[in-house]
Design a protein around this ligand. Structure first.
Ligand code: ADP
Ligand code: ZN
Length: 630
C-alpha cells in the first residue's frame, strides 16, 4: 500500500499545479542570482544595520565616519565603520538640496538606488500571471465538471452537501407513531447489514417521506441516522438545479460518492419534487433539460449501488403526485411514509418535547394549548414554545406562564395564516358533523367503499377535514348502484350539516359538484337513465372517471331541459334519503362527533363500532354493509 503511494508522483495527477509551482521556482531563481541595485545581497552577511535619523546621518558625513552613500526616493543609506565593524546606516530622507554638495565637499562617493524590494517586485511580476492562471483553472474545471470529473473534483458541491452525525433520536419526534414505526426497521438495516445480506434479503434503497412542511420529515430522517449512529448527508432538491447545465448531475454523483465512502449512511434529499417532477408534466422549456439530467443521474445512482454498502436514501416531499413514476419504481423510492400533521394527542406530545428545555410556571396547561392549535404542524408548535419563552424573557419573568403561551399562539397564528391554517372551534364543529355524515353514509350504503379514517385536521389548503375511504386499486368499472352510492356519500356531508346544525355551509361545494357530475354522466355518457335512453349525448368529459376535454352539446333543447330536471330530481331524492338515514342514526353520529372533537381523528373500525353499538342498543337490524376483509 505504502509503496504504491510512493510511486505516484503528484505531477502525474495535476499538471497544471505542477506548472504553476515550476513557474514560481523559476522566477525565484532568476531573482536570487541577479543581485541588482539596492538588491537583496547587499544586506546579507554578519554586518550590522542601524536605523538613524537624518540629522545623525548628516553628522556622520560631516565627521567623515562613512565611506559611501546611496540615495533613494525616501531613504538614504550609508556604509561606515564602527569599532572596526562594517555598519550599514539607514535614515528616512528629508528634503535637503545641500546633501550632494556636502558629499562632494567631503569627497564621499554616492549613487542612487531604487527602493523596490524583492517581494514587491515579485508580486508585481507574478500577480497578472497568477490571475490569468486562476481564471484558466476556474474555467476549465467548470467545463470538465460538466463532463464529469473536474480538476478540483467535488470542491463546489461539497459546500452544499450537509454532512453530520445527528444526535437526534426517535424520542425527539413526537406524535407521529405510525411514521416512526415504519422507519424503525431502516435503523436495523443500517445497524446490521450483514444479517440481511447473509440471507439474501435486499435492503430497501429509498423511502419517500410525504407530508406538509414542518411536520418533522427532516427530523425523522435525522432520527433514523441518529438511532443507527450513521452519518447523515443532506441536500435540498432545489440546490441541485442551477445555472450550469450538468451541475445538478455532478452534484448527485458527488453526494452518492461521499455517502458510499462513509457507508452505512443516510442520504436525505429535501424537496425532491424540485428534481423529480414528472417528465411528462414538463413541457418543452429548456430548463427541464437540466432537471432531467439530474433526475437521470439520481436514478442511475440508486440503481447502481447494491446491497454491499447500505446507503439508504430518504427523500421528502409535500407533493408525491407530481413525482416522476420512474422515481417510485421498485428499487428506488418504493416505500412511502406519511408524516402528517399531529392530532390533539400528538400536539400535546410535541409540546412536551419542546417544553423540556423551558422553565414552566405551575399554571401551564398543555391541553388547552393543544386545543387552541388544531391544524398546526410540529414546527409551528416548536415556534410557539420558543416565542412564549421570548415573551417571558422580555417581561423579565423566571418562568413561562400559560398567558405567555396563549399570547404566543395568537402571535404565531397571525404569522402563520398563509402557511398553515388553524380552524376555529365553530368551524371544527361544522367539519366534524360534515365528515361524520360522509363516514356513516359510506359505511351503510351498499356499493360505497369502506371508511379508513375520519379526520378534522385540515389537509393542504383546501380541505378542512377528510374522510379517507379504502382506496380500491384498479377499479375501472362501476355498476350503476355504485355510482348512486358515491352520490349518497358525497351528499352525506351537506346532509349532516342540515340535520344536526339546521344550517348549511359552503364546505360542501366540491362534494356537490362531484355528485352533479356523476349523475350528469350517467345520463349523457353511460346511458343509464331514461332521459335519453341508450343515446350518448356527450363525448367523455366527466370528472368521475377522468375524461377528456369538454365538448359541445349535440342534443336538443328539449333533452337538455329533461336532463337538467333529472339531475335536480335525482339529487333531491338522494338527499332526502341520506337525510333520513342520518336522522335515524342521530345518536350514533352525535357520539362520533364528540369523539372527533376530542381526538380529531378516528379510524374506520371505531366508526363501525359506534354504529354497531347504537344498533344493538336500539335493537335495530344492522345496516352496516358487510365487506370482505382487507
Ligand atoms: P419538515 O422537514 O417536515 O419540513 P422539519 O423536520 O424540518 O419539518 O421540522 C422542523 C422542526 O419542527 C423540527 O426541527 C422540530 O423542532 C419541529 N418538529 C416538527 N415536527 C415535530 C415532531 N413531530 N415532534 C417534535 N418536533 C417537531
Ligand atoms: Zn365533504
Amino acid at each position: 500500500m505504502a509503496q504504491k503511494q510512493d510511486n505516484k508522483k503528484p505531477n502525474q495527477k495535476n499538471p497544471i499545479l505542477m506548472f504553476i509551482i515550476f513557474a514560481i521556482i523559476a522566477v525565484l531563481l532568476v531573482r536570487f542570482t541577479s543581485s541588482g541595485e539596492g538588491g537583496f545581497f547587499e544586506k546579507m552577511g554578519g554586518d550590522v544595520t542601524k536605523n538613524i535619523d537624518y540629522y545623525q546621518f548628516k553628522q556622520l558625513i560631516k565627521n567623515n565616519e562613512v565611506t559611501s552613500v546611496k540615495i533613494g526616493q525616501t531613504l538614504v543609506k550609508a556604509v561606515g565603520f564602527h569599532n572596526g565593524q562594517k555598519v550599514y546606516y539607514v535614515a528616512k530622507k528629508v528634503q535637503d538640496a545641500s546633501l550632494v554638495a556636502l558629499l562632494d565637499e567631503k569627497n564621499i562617493s554616492y549613487s542612487g538606488f531604487s527602493e523596490t524590494n524583492f517581494f514587491t517586485d515579485m508580486l508585481g511580476w507574478l500577480l497578472p500571471f497568477l490571475i490569468i492562471i486562476f481564471l484558466w483553472v476556474f474555467i476549465t474545471s467548470k467545463m470538465q465538471k460538466n463532463m464529469g470529473g473536474g480538476i478540483f473534483g467535488m470542491g463546489s458541491s461539497k459546500k452544499l452537501i450537509n454532512a453530520e452525525k445527528p444526535n437526534v433520536r426517535f424520542k425527539d419526534m413526537a406524535g407521529n407513531e405510525e411514521a416512526k414505526e415504519e422507519v424503525v426497521e431502516i435503523v436495523d438495516f443500517l445497524k446490521y447489514p450483514d444479517r440481511y445480506a447473509s440471507i439474501g434479503a435486499k435492503i430497501p434503497k429509498g423511502v419517500l417521506l410525504v407530508g406538509p412542511p414542518g411536520t418533522g420529515k427532516t427530523l425523522l430522517a435525522k432520527a433514523v441516522a441518529g438511532e443507527a449512529n450513521v452519518p447523515f448527508f443532506s441536500m435540498s432538491g432545489s440546490s441541485f438545479i442551477e445555472m450550469f447545465v450538468g451541475l445538478g448531475a455532478s452534484r448527485v454523483r458527488d453526494l452518492f460518492e461521499i455517502a458510499k465512502k462513509e457507508a452505512p449512511s443516510i442520504i436525505f434529499i429535501d424537496e425532491i419534487d424540485a428534481i423529480g417532477k414528472s417528465r411528462a408534466a414538463g413541457g418543452v422549456v429548456s430548463g427541464n433539460d437540466e432537471r432531467e439530467q439530474t433526475l437521470n443521474q439520481l436514478l442511475a445512482e440508486m440503481d447502481g449501488f447494491g446491497s454491499e454498502a447500505p446507503v439508504i436514501v430518504l427523500a421528502a416531499t409535500n407533493r408525491p403526485e407530481v413525482l416522476d413514476p420512474a422515481l417510485l419504481r421498485p428499487g428506488r423510492f418504493d416505500r412511502q411514509v406519511l408524516v402528517d400533521k399531529p392530532d390533539f394527542n400528538g400536539r400535546i406530545e410535541i409540546l412536551k418535547v419542546h417544553i423540556n428545555s423551558v422553565k414552566l410556571a405551575k399554571d401551564v396547561d398543555l391541553h388547552e394549548i393543544a386545543k387552541l392549535t388544531a391544524g398546526l404542524a410540529g414546527a409551528d408548535l416548536a415556534n410557539i414554545i420558543n416565542e412564549a419563552a421570548l415573551l417571558a424573557g422580555r417581561a423579565n419573568q423566571k418562568e413561562v406562564t400559560q398567558k405567555n403561551l396563549k399570547e404566543a399562539v395568537e402571535r404565531g397564528i397571525a404569522g402563520l395564516e398563509k402557511k398553515s391554517r388553524r380552524i376555529s372551534p365553530k368551524e371544527k364543529q361544522i367539519v366534524a358533523y360534515h365528515e361524520s355524515g360522509h363516514a356513516v353514509i359510506s359505511e351503510m350504503t351498499k356499493g360505497a367503499s369502506r371508511v379508513n379514517k375520519v379526520s378534522i385536521i385540515p389537509r393542504g389548503m383546501a380541505a378542512l377535514g377528510y374522510t379517507l375511504n379504502t382506496p380500491e386499486e384498479n377499479k375501472y368499472l362501476y355498476q350503476k348502484h355504485e355510482l348512486i352510492a358515491e352520490v349518497d356519500v358525497l351528499l352525506g356531508g351537506r346532509a349532516a350539516e342540515d340535520v344536526f346544525l339546521q344550517e348549511i355551509s359552503t364546505g360542501a361545494s366540491n362534494d356537490l359538484e362531484r355528485a352533479t357530475d356523476i349523475i350528469k354522466s350517467m345520463v349523457s355518457y353511460y346511458g343509464m337513465t331514461d332521459v335519453s335512453g341508450l343515446m350518448v349525448l356527450e363525448k367523455p368529459r366527466n370528472a368521475f372517471l377522468g375524461g377528456g376535454m369538454g365538448s359541445s352539446r349535440e342534443f336538443s333543447e328539449k333533452i337538455a331541459e329533461k336532463m337538467d330536471n333529472h339531475i335536480k330530481e335525482t339529487l333531491n331524492e338522494r338527499y332526502t334519503a341520506v337525510k333520513q338515514l342520518l336522522t335515524d342514526y342521530k345518536d350514533a353520529i352525535e357520539k362520533m362527533v364528540a369523539e372527533l372533537l376530542e381526538k380529531e381523528v378516528i379510524d374506520g373500525e371505531r366508526v363501525r363500532e359506534i354504529i354497531r353499538e347504537y344498533e344493538v342498543e336500539h335493537q335495530l337490524e344492522t345496516k352496516l354493509v358487510e365487506r370482505e376483509e382487507l
